[in-house]
Design a protein around this ligand. Structure first.
Ligand code: FE
Ligand code: FE
Length: 195
């Protein structure tokens, strides 16, 4: 069994007593002006844009789906995505920041890809569903990467409550990814291969 190697920092450079300026920020940490904080908030705005556009795209993906199972998965995730938006608004509030969206080029591209799949496949086919699942899982993985990183940033800065909220959404994105794999493996891929 692989034991998770604890990276021992004990052999840090020949500094005497590494000046740990890690001031735990707690409730009202004064890191608000730091570059790291700005980067963090920027990432949240980017995600906010991404979620707000995704919540509009998912019903289209649902409508385009062939199998009722995939349509149901998209419907479920539409509701959950609205919760992600609400959670991000709560996060901005906790940070004392305005909830504003900043265009996310990555999500824009991923949603264009989903549109392209709908255009390039025939309705009523499971090949379309396989393509939609591919597009949707790319979206989920993008969200997982983003929430995972921002959750860790929040922890680094001592924003515990924010970290918890981001973790909740992260967990849901992971569940969604697993659910999509299940739909693919159970209802879609085999039959798509036969079309
Ligand atoms: Fe989301
Ligand atoms: Fe998602």
């Amino acid at each position: 069994m692989a034991t998770t190697s604890k990276t021992s920092d004990t052999k840090s450079p020949a500094t005497k007593k590494a000046k740990t300026t890690s001031k735990p920020t707690g409730k009202t940490g004064k890191m608000e002006n730091s570059e790291f904080h700005k980067f963090f908030v920027d990432g949240l705005k980017d995600l906010y844009w991404a979620e707000k556009h995704l919540v509009k795209a998912l019903p289209k993906m649902k409508k385009a789906s062939t199998s009722p199972e995939l349509a149901a998965a998209f419907e479920k995730h539409t509701v959950e995505t609205q919760e992600h938006i609400d959670r991000l608004e709560k996060v901005f509030e906790l940070l004392g920041e305005k909830a504003s969206a900043k265009k996310c080029d990555a999500m824009e591209g991923l949603l264009e890809e989903a549109d392209g799949i709908i255009e390039d496949t025939d309705s009523g086919t499971l090949v379309r569903d396989a393509g939609l699942i591919l597009a949707a899982q790319k979206v989920e993985h993008y969200e997982i990467a983003s929430y995972g990183t921002l959750r860790t940033f929040a922890g680094n800065m001592g924003h515990t409550e924010v970290m918890d909220l981001l973790q909740q959404t992260l967990d849901n994105e992971k569940e969604t990814d697993v659910a999509l794999t299940e739909v693919a493996e159970t209802f879609v891929n085999e039959q798509a291969a036969e079309e």
